[in-house]
Write a protein of this length. Structure first.
Length: 436
């Protein structure tokens, strides 16, 4: 099988399994099944996808960041949580290679996301029809398909919306794309997804300003948004449920501001530089294992040095991408850029960098962008010579994944790697780990 086809099959399998009906309800719960599918995707990518060749400067930079991360892990008070998340991030960085190899299949990849979104939206409408037939009051958690939490559904929407816009001017799929975009915006309103709505607005404004979205597409987006507002008004008037409007226009921060304040209060001069260890943050007061803000999460877990380096890399990537779009009008690149920008914006108020699907697509989309940019990046054709190293890393990673599920804290600090949040050696049922 060709490398680019291999990448598409891995990504397709991940989405197919993650979107199986009721997969989150009958087995491990919340999003743990999706995490399991993600782990399999990361392992397959490391073994079967070739790696980008790095020049000496970028290789040394990667080594520096790895050493800083390992220092954070070494000094962490929760070694199991830190080691697991360090390995997981290492595997995620590798998945940039999968995105890089998708360029030749980018149109098929966009179709995959388009029809995946079409499936979950249609299934959601089917759920709503059951409420109508039974003449019972609907509620968002029961309507929106495929995700234990409606915010996880919203995160998937942000991944897909730019690729729906991509088909608005398509000869055969333009009508379907317009209807699908309208329904997605309607479901954003229905679910009270203020962060996702804000991310969409920023995404469309960004795309319009840098001409990633054409004027015709922008007018269509505005038209679809207007129709969505009408649909939402009809929904509200039909069900006459004041809780719907109260939920959408609520003025509270849903504890976001309080959690951010809690995180900042825990920072010290020592850990602000090297962090407390990847995945370590949790709030005892509010019961969360991530702060719903990507910058603060990286700062607390990895430290200020790595946070600055990550922000510099993203700034450089965005700068190069904007420069590229000024001389190249490639819709596939533009929409991939918008999807990444939307996810990163949404990550400032939601757990995008924690949840399996959006977390995976952040790195895949980075790889897609790198495959277009004029950086003279090439794949290493002899990557199989390191197969022993890759296989060993996979075995170690899988070992920590498996034991971690049996080392969950009984307190409901969630979500983080697993939906229950914190894990530690002291929680393991294995005697060997009790004293670690």
């Amino acid at each position: 099988m060709k490398i680019n086809n291999r990448s598409l099959v891995i990504l397709f399998s991940f989405l197919l399994l993650s979107l199986l009906p009721s997969i989150d309800y009958y087995f491990l719960g919340m999003y743990n099944e999706k995490r399991g599918f993600q782990v399999a995707t990361l392992v397959l990518s490391l073994i079967f996808i070739p790696k980008i060749k790095l020049d000496k400067r970028h290789y040394l930079f990667l080594v520096l960041v790895t050493l800083l991360a390992l220092l954070s892990v070494t000094l962490s008070e929760n070694k199991l949580q830190a080691i697991l998340n360090f390995l997981h991030i290492t595997m995620l960085v590798n998945i940039i290679n999968l995105g890089f190899t998708l360029q030749k299949n980018i149109k098929k990849t966009i179709l995959l996301l388009f029809f995946s979104n079409l499936f979950v939206v249609c299934y959601s409408l089917l759920n709503y029809s059951f409420f109508s037939l039974q003449q019972t009051q609907p509620y968002p958690d029961a309507i929106l398909y495929g995700f234990y939490n409606i915010r996880f559904f919203n995160q998937f929407q942000i991944v897909c919306i730019p690729f729906i816009v991509y088909f608005i001017q398509h000869k055969e799929l333009s009508r379907v794309a317009s209807i699908l975009l309208t329904l997605n915006i309607f479901l954003l309103l229905l679910s009270g997804a203020r962060g996702a709505i804000l991310a969409s607005l920023v995404m469309f404004a960004f795309g319009s300003y840098y001409q990633l979205i054409s004027k015709k597409q922008l007018l269509k987006i505005l038209k679809c948004s207007f129709i969505s507002l009408i649909l939402f008004s009809i929904y509200f008037l039909h069900h006459k449920d004041p809780e719907v409007i109260n939920y959408v226009v609520r003025t509270s921060s849903s504890l976001r501001v309080e959690i951010w304040g809690d995180l900042l209060s825990q920072l010290t001069l020592s850990n602000i530089f090297i962090g407390n260890g990847p995945g370590i943050y949790f709030s005892e007061e509010y019961g969360y294992s991530h702060p719903h803000n990507s910058v603060l999460q990286i700062l607390y877990n990895w430290g200020g040095i790595i946070t600055i380096l990550v922000l510099i890399l993203l700034f450089k990537l965005f700068k190069l991408s904007i420069r590229y779009t000024k001389s190249n009008n490639i819709p596939e690149f533009n929409m991939s850029f918008l999807s990444l920008q939307g996810l990163l914006t949404y990550s400032l108020v939601s757990g995008v960098i924690v949840m399996p699907i959006p977390q995976t697509f952040i790195f895949v989309l980075v790889g897609v962008l790198l495959s277009y940019l004029p950086l003279s990046l090439k794949l290493n054709s002899n990557y199989y010579k390191n197969i022993t190293i890759y296989s060993s890393l996979c075995v170690v990673y899988m070992f920590f994944v498996v034991i971690s599920y049996n080392c969950l804290d009984s307190d409901p600090y969630g979500p983080n790697f697993w939906s229950n949040g914190q894990i530690s050696f002291s929680q393991c049922n294995i005697t060997l780990f009790k004293d670690l």
